[in-house]
Unconditional design. Structure first.
Lengths: 277, 605
């Protein structure tokens, strides 16, 4: 069974069907890309998977568990992390705190899961701060720094700076670091290279390839097709909320429906020629 | 039967008056994305302008109405130009806070110029009533209905058929797009404020004539009623505001018929909370969608807090602790005791509004809960204050959180309105639950603070006790904010959607932030110091003062909150001459801060 299994998922806003009976699978360890023109329903799909929006119908299972009716925080606790299309870092939090928020679901000693009394116990532990809580905090901080170190010198020297003071590209990196701190079983990346120049894009692509090599399961939304084709195991193509193609990158690239959706009807012939070469 | 017709007529009349207010609020919300808390002040000023015209110039009614509309309209345009236009690109809560500051200033000015005493506002309408069914309708009822209908008609034609009306609607739909199409949005704003304020001023005049009574304190309730009507009809929805107002007027009128007039405002606020929870988009609104992706939405200016060396803090505590030996004037000690108590309130508020970014306009309600809890425990169950005060704090945490919890899923302005309403509901329940709270009579003879055989009655001992409690709770709060709670609260403030996507349980953390233990303790200690409490001891103005203290010190800033409390509670008292202008001072301070130093004195954290 696939790690993420989506069947017949639909969501419409007013009269517009943003996602229309979508079927999608992401297997353990796979890197699957979701592509399509603007407004195709890619981000809506992410919102539905991560629980920020509710589907009108259809189902979504993660690791065998129905998640379509869960709240975002519950889905995060199951091990699904995401980034946002336009970036949603916590502007006034330091870089380090942003990443530590990502590790929130992994606070165990500091957040006892006692029914009913959990919040009170958490409060008491935060004020008393026994060694177990302090050790956990120190360990997560080390780990957060290790994650930030993956971005080379981009973020590490700016650990204590508020996120708003960083460049756009760096804020996008913080988001990915924050998502990684959750130790996700499934990582949803929404256009991780938007607004990045070619060298930054290449750097990001390297990182994603590394994450994939480490066995992380990734669902990626991306407009830069070269990157999609190089990274993906499989590609799903959405247009107007509907799945118009799915398969291995090479198959999808040659699919006339995809070419039409991306380039318009007249381009089909040329693209086929190109594909034949 | 006949009386029901009277109640219905009365409901429609009141509803009409609310509609004049609410339509203005809706128009303003439409173009400026702002709930104008100064609207009630314009309404009051309208009533006073009318009074002045009738009393000194002996103007006939149509002329009075024209004068009122012109004067209020000019005031509205002035408010927009001077206080709000400079804040256009600030956090959305900034102009809202500015209108609160303005309302302090305007109300206090009215009070200084016209004296706080109520006045009669006679109307020169004929004194006839004609019977209908078993009830009757008078000339005043017809006048109000006519003004309502004519204004609605004029407004409709204006929005529908004039070029400026088109511009107003375009700006309301999409400000940036309107701007790009060449609409002068500043002129639109100005026009809308003028029109809205003219209607608001007329509303005040009509209310004054209807009850033959005006006083400077009428503005706050007027704003609240307008806001309630707005929420019922859908915030920013002009026809919705009219329907909401009529519904509110009728509900109040029937409610008074059934339960008595002390319940009047309770209906409004219960209706408000009901709508906020069940249909936050109002009667005609649809299902909520998730918000656009913001970078930051709260009133937190990107800034860095001043780092205060620990040594300074220790030194400040030391000075405060030895002060009674250096300077034993009981007057000074009493002022500072009040400041420490206000500091406890400001600490609670700065945690919610600053650290967690949930603007609360109802924190005085927590003081009231704590005060009554401790007073009643001490009086009715003979619990010694040493135990009743902390118990009251815990009780406040539990009840306060429970009361506010339905509002946890609201955001921004809606949280502010809901907490304001909850604060008012607490005061009204205290007023009406006579068997427990002794109602309007209040609770008298509350014993002083004591421990074992020691009674804290001297100014010194009271000073030390409150200082010790303040220092202890500030220390605990600092420790809390320094743990993972701090970053979690702040993440909720910065972006609730992103926080949830990373597993943060909103309800859990907002519960802790809203718990208000310190505010409860502050109210409890106050009760034992004052020895008397009633439903007005902790009023809405105090809630807004707490907001001002938190902003003055820097939102979320713990030493800042205490500094804000000392500055706003201590200083006006210390300079005796300033005492009667204190509300004016608060308003001006708030306005200046928002405009020139939104990060407060010590910076936001």
């Amino acid at each position: 069974m696939a790690l993420l299994e989506i069947r017949g998922l639909s969501r419409s806003f007013g009269g517009v069907t943003a996602v229309d009976r979508l079927d999608l699978d992401v297997g353990q360890g796979e890197l699957v890309s979701l592509i399509g023109p603007n407004g195709a329903g890619k981000t809506t799909t992410f919102n539905l998977i991560s629980g920020l929006d509710r589907a009108d119908s259809g189902s979504a299972h993660f690791a065998g568990r129905a998640i379509e009716a869960l709240k975002p925080e519950q889905i995060a606790a199951l091990g699904v992390a995401r980034t946002f299309q336009h970036g949603r870092v916590f502007a006034n939090l330091s870089v380090l705190d942003n990443v530590l928020i990502g590790a929130h679901t992994r606070l165990v000693a500091a957040r006892p899961r006692w029914p009913g009394l959990g919040p009170l116990a958490e409060l008491a532990l935060a004020l008393i701060r026994p060694p177990s809580v302090r050790r956990e905090a120190a360990r997560l901080e080390m780990e957060a720094k290790a994650i930030l170190a993956r971005f080379g010198d981009r973020l590490l020297p700016r650990l204590d700076q508020p996120a708003y003071s960083l460049s756009y590209a760096n804020r996008r990196r913080i988001e990915i670091a924050r998502a990684l701190a959750l130790r996700p079983k499934l990582l949803l990346l929404d256009e991780p290279t938007a607004g990045m120049n070619p060298s930054e894009t290449a750097e990001m692509q390297g990182l994603i390839a590394e994450l994939k090599a480490e066995g992380l399961t990734i669902l990626l939304i991306e407009h830069k097709l070269d990157m999609v084709m190089q990274l993906s195991d499989r590609v799903y193509v959405l247009d107007d909320g509907r799945l118009i193609a799915a398969g291995r990158p090479a198959e999808v690239r040659a699919d006339p429906a995809v070419i039409e959706a991306y380039l318009g009807h007249s381009a089909i012939g040329e693209a086929e020629k190109e594909a034949a070469e | 039967m006949g009386s029901w017709i009277d109640y219905t007529v009365n409901g429609f009349v009141i509803g009409n008056i609310y509609a004049l207010l609410a339509v203005g609020l809706a128009l303003i919300f439409g173009v400026a994305n702002l709930i104008n808390f100064a609207h009630g002040s314009v309404y009051t000023i309208g009533a006073y302008v009318g009074w002045a015209a009738i009393t000194y110039l002996h103007t006939p009614l149509p002329v009075t109405m024209a004068i009122v509309a012109l004067a209020s309209g000019a005031l509205g345009a002035l408010i927009e130009r001077v206080a709000l236009r400079p804040l256009q690109n600030r956090a959305r809560i900034a102009p809202l806070l500015a209108t609160i500051g303005l309302s302090f200033v305007l109300d206090q000015l009215v009070q200084l110029i016209a004296s706080p005493d109520p006045r009669a506002l006679p109307s020169d309408l004929p004194d006839w009533r004609f019977a209908i069914g078993g009830g009757s309708i008078g000339a005043m009822d017809l006048l109000i209905a006519a003004v309502g209908l004519v204004s609605a008609g004029l407004l409709y034609s204006f929005l529908r058929f004039t070029k400026l009306g088109y511009a107003v609607r375009a700006t309301a739909q999409d400000r940036d797009a309107a701007k790009q199409m060449g609409v002068n949005v500043d002129a639109v704003n100005s026009a809308v404020f003028a029109i809205a304020s003219a209607l608001g001023g007329l509303s005040g005049l009509l209310v004054g004539m209807y009850y033959n009574h005006i006083d400077p304190s009428m503005s706050f309730q007027a704003t609240l009623k307008g806001v309630v009507a707005q929420v019922i009809g859908g915030v920013g929805d002009v026809p919705g505001a009219i329907v909401g107002s009529l519904l509110l007027g009728l509900t109040e009128s029937y409610g008074i018929a059934l339960f008595g007039s002390t319940y009047r405002n309770l209906f409004a606020f219960v209706l408000l909370i009901g709508f906020l929870l069940l249909a936050p988009n109002g009667l005609f609104g649809g299902r909520q969608k998730i918000e656009a992706e913001p970078l930051t939405g709260s009133f937190i200016a990107p800034s860095r807090a001043l780092k205060i060396p620990a040594l300074w803090i220790v030194a400040a505590i030391f000075v405060a602790a030895v002060l009674p030996w250096l300077h034993s004037s009981p007057y000074l000690l009493q002022i500072l005791t009040n400041a420490w108590l206000a500091g406890l309130l400001a600490l609670s508020l700065t945690l919610v509004a600053g650290t967690t970014g949930q603007m609360s306009f109802g924190h005085a309600g927590l003081l009231a809960i704590g005060g009554y809890a401790s007073a009643l425990l001490a009086l009715d169950w003979n619990v010694p204050p040493l135990i009743s005060v902390p118990l009251a704090g815990l009780f406040t945490s539990a009840l306060g959180t429970a009361l506010v919890s339905p509002a946890f899923r609201l955001r921004g302005h809606y949280t502010a309105i809901a907490t304001l309403a909850i604060g008012e509901i607490v005061a009204l329940v205290i007023l009406n639950w006579e068997s427990l709270t002794r109602g309007a009579m209040g609770v008298a003879g509350i014993p002083p603070l004591s421990a074992f055989n020691f009674e804290a009655t001297s100014a010194r001992s009271v000073y030390w006790i409150t200082l010790a409690v303040l220092v202890a709770l500030a220390g605990l709060q600092a420790r809390l904010v320094n743990s993972h709670f701090g970053r979690t609260f702040r993440a909720l403030r910065e972006d609730e959607v992103a926080a949830r996507a990373h597993g943060i349980e909103v309800t859990r953390y907002k519960s802790v932030a809203f718990a208000g233990f310190g505010a409860g303790v502050s109210g409890a200690i106050s009760a034992h110091l004052f020895s008397y409490l009633n439903n007005q001891t902790f009023d809405a103005q105090l809630s807004l003062l707490a907001v001002t203290m938190a902003i003055l010190g820097g939102m979320g800033n713990i030493p800042g909150a205490i500094l804000g409390a000392v500055a706003l509670v201590g200083l006006p008292e210390a300079f005796r001459f300033a005492a009667e202008y204190r509300i004016l001072i608060y308003g001006v301070v708030l306005l200046l801060l928002i405009r020139f130093r939104p990060q407060g004195l010590l910076g936001t954290v």
